[in-house]
Design a binder for this molecule. Structure first.
Ligand SMILES: [Zn+2]
Length: 372
């Protein structure tokens, strides 16, 4: 691993594969396990970086595909790179753009070289290859960058997934060759769909490349939650123990708890901010629609045990009023609370692992059930 990055394991659970670690990057540390908020277009929607920091966020994501289309990586670089451009001085991660491009099923063509698609902004033809994705991510300048991978849809045949997994490995080698910056860590991504033997083979092959970190991708694409758990259980333990492990696109309480028990360290998901924009608060594992009549005259905080700015200063009645009036402040206050809630959930798991109380304190979240 490059000297600017390190992963130190501080404690392991005696009952599961859960672990507590510190991932060091050029822009600071990430205490794992940890939830990472998503700032698609170089901002976490409706939050200033100062508000974001107060939620307990350490590493923040941004999307290569979206930033390439608007404003373009040259403008981000002209603004001093992603950190300076968006005013976030902490660790950052960009994805490869692959996931978004593969979601454009109507408008794209996949070849061995890469993916050709039409920009939904202006109709321009864009050719995204492993080399181009890495070049864009090198220009954006996040601390962690992701390999360009082929994310097969769900459902897909074994043959289709096998071909995509093999191509993902060839593309990873091209990404490694194209990567130019030693102050950025390139993570490889394990694919393999819901076929556990393909997942295991991919994990073993990637582990041999001695990358600074590893991700499990292609989950949360429509498959049932119990399949996500099996995929993670079959994959995470095969990845090198001295490197961070990141489960992409997963951020519900139960899925995170189960993945942490398999040895996963990092998570991201748009759920807390997306739900905030729908007027939904995440409170102690439940979802509340603030438009519900019962909140109109409820003058208590969302969660009286929550230390976030929203819960310390506002009532359910006030937030309900803002949501009903479609005031932007509603989305800000709910995003602050929802992100704080998910980060706190992973922090509490961290403390429980340190005290070896994880399976006892989080038993409720470690069994299959409601998504939560
Ligand atoms: Zn709160």
């Amino acid at each position: 691993m490059s000297s600017t990055f390190s992963f130190q394991c501080l404690a392991c659970c005696s009952q599961t594969k859960a672990r507590v670690g510190v991932f060091s990057t050029p822009h600071g540390i990430v205490e794992t396990p940890r939830f990472m908020p998503v700032g698609t277009l170089a901002n976490v929607k409706t939050l200033t970086p100062a508000q974001l920091k107060e939620t307990g966020a350490q590493m923040v994501l941004s999307n290569t595909y979206h930033l390439h289309l608007q404003p373009g990586e040259k403008i981000v670089a002209g603004g001093g790179g992603l950190h300076k451009f968006m005013g976030w001085n902490g660790p950052m991660l960009t994805d490869s753009g692959g996931f978004q491009v593969f979601s454009l099923s109507e408008m794209r063509k996949i070849t061995e070289d890469g993916v050709i698609f039409r920009s939904p902004h202006d109709g321009q033809i864009i050719n995204l290859t492993p080399e181009r994705s890495i070049e864009i991510q090198n220009t954006l300048g996040a601390d962690v960058i992701m390999a360009f991978d082929e994310c097969p849809p769900y459902p897909a045949t074994r043959q289709e997934v096998q071909a995509a997994t093999a191509r993902t490995y060839r593309w990873l080698q091209r990404c490694i060759a194209a990567h130019q910056r030693s102050d950025q860590a390139l993570f490889g991504i394990v694919q393999g769909g819901v076929y556990l033997d393909l997942r295991s083979q991919a994990a073993v092959a990637l582990a041999e490349l001695d990358l600074p970190g590893y991700a499990i991708g292609g989950v949360s694409v429509g498959e049932p939650p119990e399949l996500i758990a099996s995929i993670v259980q079959a994959t995470a333990p095969l990845l090198p123990p001295d490197k961070p492990r990141y489960l992409m696109g997963v951020g519900t309480y139960r899925e995170m708890a189960i993945a942490i028990a398999s040895g996963v360290d990092l998570f991201d998901c748009v759920i807390p901010t997306r739900w905030a924009r729908h007027g939904t608060a995440m409170v102690k594992g439940d979802r509340w629609n603030l438009k519900n009549a019962k909140f109109r005259e409820d003058f208590t905080p969302l969660d009286e045990t929550c230390a976030c700015y929203t819960c310390q200063n506002f009532t359910r009645a006030y937030i309900s009023h803002l949501v009903r009036s479609q005031e932007i402040l509603a989305y800000t206050l709910l995003s602050i609370h929802n992100i704080s809630e998910l980060i706190r959930f992973t922090q509490k798991i961290r403390e429980a692992i340190l005290g070896d109380r994880f399976t006892k304190e989080f038993a409720h979240w470690l069994t299959p059930g409601e998504m939560g």
